[in-house]
Design a protein around this ligand. Sequence first.
Ligand code: GMT
Length: 379
Amino acid sequence: MRIGIACYPTYGGSGALATELGIELAARGHEIHFITYAQPFRLTSFHEGLYFHEVEVPHYPLFEYPPYSLALAVKMHEVARQQDLQIMHAHYAIPHAEAAWVAKQMLAREKRDLKVVTTLHGTDITLVGQDPSFWSITRFSVEQSDGVTAVSEYLRRETHRAFECDRLDIRVVPNFVDPKIYHPDRDDCHLRALAPAGEKIVMHISNFRKVKRVGDVVKVFAGLRREVPARLVLIGDGPERAVATEVAESLGVQDDVVFLGKLESVAELVACADVFLLPSEQESFGLVALEAMASGVPVIGTGGSGLAEVVEHGVSGFLHPVGAVEEMAESAVRLLKDPVQWKAFGLAARAAAVDRFSADLIVPQYERFYESVLGGGDR
Ligand code: GMT
C-alpha cells in the first residue's frame, strides 16, 4: 500500500508511535510518506521505502498565527497526487485529521480518492479536543474519517462520551513496542554513571506537561528514598520542569535528582531503571510505560485510565488513585526491598510487552484495518 503519515515530529508518544509504525510498515514492503514540519525525532536513519516531506509555513507580517493546518493540507494534497497515495493516516486528530479531510475534498474534485484513517492518541480527545475552540471541528473530522482507531478501550469510551458520538465505529489498536530494541539487558546501560554508589534507579520520562504530575513523581521519589537509597532520573523537558525542581528542593532531595533533558533514544537508559513512575492525571495508554515494561522494569502509576490496560496491578506494577503519592512510594519500597518480587514483576512486565504489545502482533492489525478501509477486507 502507499500510505501518507501525518504526525507531530517532536518528542511525545503519538509522534513516536507514528514513526515506529511507518518504519515497521516500510519494512513490510509498504511505501510510506511522512508529512510533517520537521524530521520525526525517531526517524534518524535511512529506511528503504520511507520518505519524508516537509511542510513549510511561510511567514508573513499579517499572520500572528501562521496557518500550519492549511500548509499541511496543501502538502498532503500534493504528496497524495504525486505519489498516488491510497491512505492518509492522521496521528493525533488536531490538526492532522482536519487537514486530511481538506486534502481529501481537494482530491475528490480531481476525481481522485484518498481514504483518511485517524488514530486518536489521547490529549487530542481528553484535553485539547474538548476545548470549545476545537470541540466541533474535532468531532467533525473524526466522524468524517474513513476509519478511526484509538489506542485503548478507555480512549474509545472517552471519545464516544466527550463527542456524543456513541454510534461511531472506533477500532481499538493498542500501541506497540519492538522488544528487540527495548529489552532487559543492562550490559549497555549507563548504570554506573547514573547511580555511582549502587543506588536504585527510579525513572520518569515525559514531556513534563501538567497532565503528567511531575511534582508527584518527585514526591513519590522523596517518600521511597526515606527507606531505600535511590536516585531519580528524569528524561524529557517541558513546562512543568520548574515544578519538579521546586518540589525536589522543598523536600531536600535535589542532589539525588538527575535531569537528562530531551533524548532521541532512551532504550539503553530505560533498561537501567529499577522502577518507572507514571503518576499522570490520566493516560490514554502510556507508551513510555510499555517501553519500560519491555525493558523488564515494573511500573508504578495511576489507575482509572488507559494505563490500566497496559500495567496489571500487582503483577507488572502497581496502580493507585491520582495523587496517592504515599501509596505509590510504599509500593515502590515494597518492590525495591524484595529482589524476588522485583524480579517476578520485571519478568511479568517483559512478558506482557512481548505477548500482548509487540510490533509483530499489532502492526498487522493496522494493515488489516487499512485493507478494510480500502474495501478489500474485514474489519
Ligand atoms: O502524553 C502526551 O501529552 C503526549 C501524547 C502525544 O500525543 O504524544 O501522548 C498520548 O499519546 C501516547 C501515544 O499513543 C499515549 O501513550 C499517551 O498515553 C497519550 N497521553 C495522554 O493520554 C496524556
